[in-house]
Design a protein around this ligand. Structure first.
Ligand code: I3S
Length: 119
């Protein structure tokens, strides 16, 4: 379990399970691959862990200079989809079937990006 990643002494702003896919990497379109991920918001970083054990891959995006918006219908047929763009040219879609979960993440990500806007 990754639960320890969300408890002191490593306090995180937020964590939980989300469906995630990259759609662009370094400015180039990539094929979607929706994956369930344990997602942790820590400072200005958003970390994804895949699978049920810690040896599985993870990746981190830097939220500084990024942007968050609600994905338009042409980006996905799914409901409750957030589009996250990083300054490095990676675009992710983040989704959950539970709208309150996605709304909370939208708020947290927007706040984080605004808080770190001048770094
Ligand atoms: O934007 P797309 O290409 O319609 O995305 C869908 C596809 O990636 C599809 O997989 P393949 O076409 O690679 O078999 C996925 O299964 C779908 O989930 C993708 O669309 P949604 O609308 O679910 O994001």
């Amino acid at each position: 379990s990754y639960l320890h990643l969300c408890l002191p002494p490593q306090p995180s702003e937020k964590c939980g399970v989300l469906n995630v896919t990259k759609i662009t990497e370094n400015g180039k379109k990539v094929r979607k691959n929706w994956t369930s991920s344990w997602t942790v918001l820590q400072g200005s970083s958003l970390l994804f862990k895949f699978g049920s054990n810690q040896s599985k891959p993870e990746f981190t995006v830097d939220l500084r200079g990024g942007s968050v918006e609600w994905a338009s219908k042409d980006k996905s047929s799914k409901k409750h989809v957030i589009e996250l763009k990083t300054r490095q040219g990676t675009e992710l879609l983040i989704q959950s079937e539970i709208d309150s979960v996605v709304n909370d993440w939208y708020r947290a990500l927007t706040e984080t990006i605004n808080t770190h806007a001048w770094e």
